[in-house]
Design a binder for this molecule. Structure first.
Ligand code: AMP
Length: 210
């Protein structure tokens, strides 16, 4: 089962991807996580990616496509994968068409005001990537690995606005691009409420052998 999660930053793709990954036993491939790992290295690419991410812009398509191409060629992707945060441009989607057949695209929908609210209160574990909100985890320590949580630089108000504009301009045209394979879900409710219809949909997809 090869799936794309499409949606604005902060719409809940990461949380949803983790649930799908656990239940359907396919890896979550988050290009944001892959880039955050690259940024920790000491290389010219790390410097370049770091400044792009800090501004809320997009890493160039060639770099991003190569990264995903390599990642989905690994053995753990044989059974399928969930792309979380890729593709983000039409050029990336066209490149992906040439390297893999995508079965379904799940569009996670959420109003911008709620996104801004959620992103501003989002805290991330720099060690295992687990996501929390300040309200749910006032201790500010990861419940899985006890690492102190951080606020991502790009989750700060000035960058959030730009990331939403980039989504609107560069990524939202993908909704049309994938109109033949689109499954829409609202993430306005709890993570489990969001997941329920997606799970039912994917179980049917799996039963069809895709
Ligand atoms: P995310 O964690 O998905 O919100 O991604 C964090 C940042 O990584 C984005 O704001 C971009 O700077 C970069 N990034 C992630 N995925 C992509 C992509 N598919 N294309 C270009 N840049 C990306």
């Amino acid at each position: 089962m090869r799936i794309i999660l499409l949606g604005a930053p902060g719409s809940g793709k990461g949380t949803l991807a983790k649930k799908i990954s656990r239940d359907f036993d396919i890896p979550q491939i988050s290009t944001g996580d892959l880039f955050r790992a690259i940024v920790k290295e000491n290389s010219p690419l790390a410097e370049k990616v770091k400044s792009i991410m800090a501004s809320g812009g997009l890493v160039p398509d060639e770099i991003t496509v190569e990264l995903v191409k390599e990642r989905i060629s690994r053995p753990d992707c044989k059974k399928g994968f969930i792309l979380d945060g890729f593709p983000r441009t039409i050029a990336q989607a066209e490149a992906l068409e040439k390297i893999s057949q995508i079965d379904s695209v799940i569009l996670v929908e959420l109003a911008n005001e709620i996104i801004i609210d959620r992103l501003s209160s989002r805290r991330t574990c720099p060690n295992c990537g687990e996501i929390y909100s300040v309200q749910d985890n006032p201790e500010n320590v990861c419940k899985k690995c006890s690492t102190p949580l951080i606020q991502r630089d790009d989750d700060k108000p000035e960058t959030i606005k730009h990331r939403l504009e980039v989504y609107e301009n560069s990524t939202s045209p993908l909704i049309n691009f994938y109109s033949d394979r689109l499954f829409k879900v609202s993430s306005a409710g709890s993570p489990d409420q969001t997941y329920m219809p997606v799970k039912t949909f994917l179980e049917k997809l799996e039963a069809k052998g895709e």
